[in-house]
Write a protein that binds this ligand. Structure first.
Ligand SMILES: *[C@@H]1O[C@H](CO)[C@@H](O)[C@H](O)[C@H]1NC(C)=O
Ligand SMILES: *[C@@H]1O[C@H](CO)[C@@H](O)[C@H](O)[C@H]1NC(C)=O
Ligand SMILES: *[C@@H]1O[C@H](CO)[C@@H](O)[C@H](O)[C@H]1NC(C)=O
Ligand SMILES: *[C@@H]1O[C@H](CO)[C@@H](O)[C@H](O)[C@H]1NC(C)=O
Ligand SMILES: *[C@@H]1O[C@H](CO)[C@@H](O)[C@H](O)[C@H]1NC(C)=O
Length: 901
């Protein structure tokens, strides 16, 4: 092996010779000449194989990467690399053993950092291997998952992002469902535009085939693609025929699976209580989205449903003491209550949930299904804060009578606590990701539980053993109950299932018997799928139960889950896959990443130690698609969890990410050589406390008067700041509770130019460009159609058509915020929006007791106040006449609010 110092010298040489070559060109030393994705779904059990064949086109050896994204629910079950005819298989080992092997390799200086990250629906798998000059490598990854039915359909999500256009790209999906496929749809961002032509769907009675063979050309021209080829998802959704309400049973080689999803059952009226966190941390978008979602959910209640609303911070407020019927009048009343929900104090989860339980318990109603839904974004901080105590209080109060569903909003929640509390009360916990669609996620969750059909479901299999979960508190329309197990006696000719449940207060039973000797329709090449399905489901359920158990039982179940993971070679939270590479003793470990580490909500760059030139030299200079590729910079985020971005300890010259599940910086995990220096850690702790600000004060230029007018707009809000319909221009801003100015300003011009400015970064896109900028870097760019951006230190100068705006980044105490200044004085067009008024005028009324102005023939009271003029970076404090918003604008603030930036 070449001495590392020598290697570095050679690399430096390369940089010198090709100083102008950009990183994109460098990548072309690697040719991915074929990329196949092959997915087979047999009875909802999906096995996907990704095969990538890559050639090193350089005349020297180099490291070649393989990186794919797989669904979070899936388990990796196989990985193999083939280099020069030799095969290297990944081996699944117990986590500790794998870690040990890895650590040993690290201590010999032979291994790269392990990389893992997890996003909302997908997680990363990534590895690399050194390939000789003109050599080839084949990567092959297999993962398996049981597709879950949601809202009446199954979804198979396949991500394709080969990192360059591929001459031979093929995606083949084969779905085989014994009862027949009732509908099938192909969606996702790879299914639109020209790419739609590359998709072919073939349907037979029980089979469907979807192929996706985009040409090289198509791979670069699609909407979500670029120079680097395809980048996006295909989502295949489908459902199966359900002729038999007793469900579908399949038996194969000693295992069975029973899918139970009757739909010909009347809905059960429900009693639903929403317990909504309105603590201070819900400020801004979260509380807005919660209100939006609740309003929609209320509209969806059925008239025979009863409902209750509880909001809580340190106090618990009930909309009404009793559950009320979802009549139109009650719903209208409840909506007014919801509109008034504001964020305020601390978080008393205990009191709030107990109030909800009490509400349901006080009026039990025959033949109904009760559901408690808790939405929170934080830990209990007041009242009872001991989580064990809260859980035991809640469990005792509910007493297995109905389920508790917990929705954890964002990353500051203790999701384990919510999971445990829901599981203890036969519900589930769901994470709501902080994003622009959080309201839709909330509604989506509600829709899944909107139509209860059965309660207290028990499934029995006299001829089965080692069964997965067989008892369920509720069954909702659109979902599915799946039970799998082993068959006790393989020689018996029939297999019987029995389901006992309660439908609207009546006991119902479903009994079915099938002949086990019937041909199973399972093709021989995947006839062991049912055994794997059983193992998959068993491991998933054992792992899920871990949070509920203690002591010996917990250990036993963990051992069982580990045993099965090893036997079936699943990469689960208990195991890791060890990949031994051709380079002497070099190992790499792939883990199942754990979800729940906080990504930086608003990453704040606290220090910029690394010169831009370094980033360029590492191939990450200008135009990098990922803004967070700033190695050596330290991010921390508002809740103050620690984030260590890289470590370049003395013996190492590699940067790598130590924080798993840190979606923002996943691509930063590429190995790059960095100058040796002491590691910088971000240890910022505690929430950033802002001086409390209640409103934003705006200055209004006036015609013919030396004293300006000003007005206040209360926080938080999302405002239409400026609009010019004629040139299709708009600028909107969002402000947060307690903070000056705006945290985000979005500008749109024509239909295709979008500029989003945040306190950390600036994003611009149009049809051709996607640019990510950071405050502090110098830049001038002009784009087509009259758009130009000039960024200098803390100002960005934006021209869009005739409109010229400067947006300033201000820093006060420890807060950063944005403030727009409109530079355009031309009267050629009519601007609207909060900043659009340019023709204000007034008269001072002399001799009145309190200062009074006459505006538009109205006498309005005014006060002579200070205002900081944030339109200038010097922030001068001047005086102005403060009047009400209505007085100057003649309209309500609500006429200027927007729901989307
Ligand atoms: C994909 O699967 C089909 C069978 O479903 C098989 O014929 C084909 O060879 C597979 N392709 C690859 C690349 O594995
Ligand atoms: C690789 O090719 C370049 C130019 O084509 C040549 O200068 C160099 O010596 C070659 N390197 C090796 C290791 O053959
Ligand atoms: C359950 O959903 C199906 C469609 O998925 C619908 O046809 C049926 O009416 C629903 N049942 C009830 C009770 O709402
Ligand atoms: C159930 O599973 C356990 C362990 O996986 C196995 O030892 C046992 O034989 C199984 N039971 C039956 C009846 O197959
Ligand atoms: C339903 O069955 C349970 C137990 O099997 C029994 O206690 C209950 O009385 C039954 N209810 C009705 C309405 O038949």
């Amino acid at each position: 092996m070449m001495d590392r110092a020598a290697l570095r010298l050679i690399l430096l040489g390369v940089f010198l010779i090709s100083a102008t070559s950009d990183p994109v060109k460098k990548k072309q030393n690697v040719d991915i000449y074929s990329f196949y994705i092959n997915s087979t779904v047999t009875s909802r059990y999906a096995t996907t194989v990704i095969t990538s064949r890559v050639a090193n086109t350089l005349n020297e050896s180099q490291e070649i990467q393989f990186e794919v994204k797989i669904p979070k629910n899936a388990f990796i079950s196989k990985f193999r690399m083939t280099i020069e005819g030799k095969t290297y298989d990944g081996v699944v080992k117990e986590k500790e053993a794998a870690q040990q092997q890895y650590n040993q390799a690290v201590s010999r200086g032979q291994s790269a950092g392990l990389v893992k990250s997890v996003g909302r629906t997908l997680e990363d798998f990534k590895t690399s291997v050194t390939v000789a000059a003109f050599g080839k490598v084949t990567f092959e990854l297999t993962y398996e998952e049981l597709l879950k039915r949601h809202l009446g359909k199954y979804g198979l999500l396949i991500n394709a992002q080969p990192m360059q256009p591929v001459a031979d790209f093929k995606m083949d999906v084969h779905i085989q469902e014994k009862p027949g496929i009732s509908f099938l749809e192909v969606k996702g961002d790879l299914s639109i535009g020209d790419l739609a032509n590359a998709i072919k769907t073939t349907r037979a009675d029980k089979d469907a085939w979807v192929t996706f063979y985009p040409t090289r050309d198509q791979q670069t021209k699609c909407k979500s693609c670029g120079e680097n080829g395809l980048n996006g998802d295909l989502l295949i959704t489908y459902d199966v025929e359900r002729q038999n309400s007793k469900g579908e049973i399949m038996v194969s080689k000693g295992y069975f699976v029973h899918y139970f999803a009757p739909s010909d059952v009347p809905r059960i009226p429900k009693n639903v209580v929403f317990i909504i966190d309105r603590s201070g941390s819900m400020y801004g978008r979260k509380i807005d989205q919660t209100r939006l979602a609740l309003l929609k959910i209320l509209s969806d209640l059925d008239e025979d449903d009863h409902f209750g609303l509880i909001t809580f911070d340190s106090e618990v407020s009930l909309w009404k003491r009793e559950l009320l019927r979802a009549t139109e009048a009650n719903l209208e009343n409840a909506k007014s209550f919801v509109k008034e929900i504001r964020d305020r104090g601390a978080t008393d989860i205990n009191a709030a949930v107990l109030a909800g339980v009490d509400m349901i318990n006080r009026h039990p109603r025959e033949g109904t299904a009760s559901i408690l839904i808790l939405l929170t974004d934080g830990d209990p901080t007041t009242g009872e804060t001991n989580k064990e105590k809260i859980m035991s209080n809640v469990k005792e109060a509910i007493g297995t009578k109905f389920p508790l569903y917990c929705l954890g909003f964002g990353y500051d929640v203790n999701f384990d606590f919510l999971t445990k509390m829901s599981l203890e009360n036969s519900g589930v916990a769901r994470r709501i990701y902080e994003d622009s669609d959080a309201d839709l996620q909330l509604q989506g969750f509600y829709e899944e539980v909107a139509v209860p059909l059965l309660t207290d479901i028990q499934l029995k299999y006299p001829g089965g053993t080692n069964l997965t979960k067989t008892s369920f508190s509720l069954y909702f329309n659109g979902s599915e109950i799946v039970v799998s197990g082993q068959i006790t006696d393989n020689s018996v000719e029939s297999f019987t299932t029995e389901v006992i449940a309660v439908s609207k207060g009546n006991n119902v039973t479903y009994q079915d018997t099938i002949m086990t000797k019937d041909p199973s329709d399972v093709p021989p090449e995947n006839e062991d799928f049912m055994q794997r399905l059983w193992a998959y489901l068993t491991v998933k359920q054992l792992l899920e139960r871990q949070v509920l158990l203690k002591g010996q039982e917990k250990e036993d179940e963990k051992k069982e889950a580990l045993k099965l993971s090893l036997k079936y070679q699943f990469v689960t939270p208990l195991t890791s896959m060890v990949v031994t590479k051709p380079q002497e003793g070099e190992v790499e470990v792939a883990d199942k990443p754990k979800e729940g580490e906080a990504p930086p909500r608003h990453p704040v760059i606290t220090s910029q130690h690394r010169p831009q030139s370094f980033l360029k030299a590492s191939g990450y200079g200008g135009g990098a698609s990922d803004p967070h590729l700033l190695h050596g910079q330290v991010f921390h985020h508002m809740s103050g969890r620690q984030h260590l971005i890289y470590d370049d300890a003395a013996d190492y010259d590699y940067a790598y990410v130590l924080v798993p599940s840190f979606p923002y910086i996943k691509t930063a995990a590429k190995r790059v050589s960095v100058p040796k220096r002491v590691t910088v850690l971000s240890t910022q702790s505690g929430t950033l406390k802002a001086p409390t600000v209640h409103s934003n004060r705006f200055l209004l230029p006036v015609v013919g008067q030396s004293k300006p007018l000003c007005f206040d707009i209360p926080l938080p809000h999302k405002l239409r700041l400026l609009q010019d319909s004629a040139s299709e221009f708009s600028m909107n801003g969002e402000s947060l509770t307690g903070q000056n100015g705006f945290n985000q300003i979005a500008l749109h011009y024509k239909t295709n130019h979008h500029l989003t400015i945040e306190t950390t970064s600036i994003r611009y896109c149009d049809d051709q460009n996607q640019v990510y900028l950071l405050w502090g870097q110098e830049l001038t760019r002009k784009y087509t159609e009259g758009v130009s951006l000039i960024l200098r230190s803390n100002e960005i100068d934006v021209t869009m058509g005739n409109i010229h705006i400067v947006i300033l980044l201000h820093k006060e105490k420890r807060n950063m915020f944005l403030w727009p200044a409109v530079q355009q004085e031309s009267k050629d067009f009519s601007l609207t929006g909060v900043l659009g008024k340019t023709d204000a005028s007034y008269e001072e009324i002399q001799g009145s007791q309190t200062p009074t102005l006459k505006i538009k023939d109205q006498e309005v009271s005014a006060s002579w106040v200070d205002i900081t003029d944030y339109r200038l970076s010097s922030k001068p404090v001047i005086k102005c006449w403060l009047v009400s918003f209505y007085a100057v604008m003649q309209r309500d603030i609500s006429d200027f609010t927007v729901t989307k930036l």
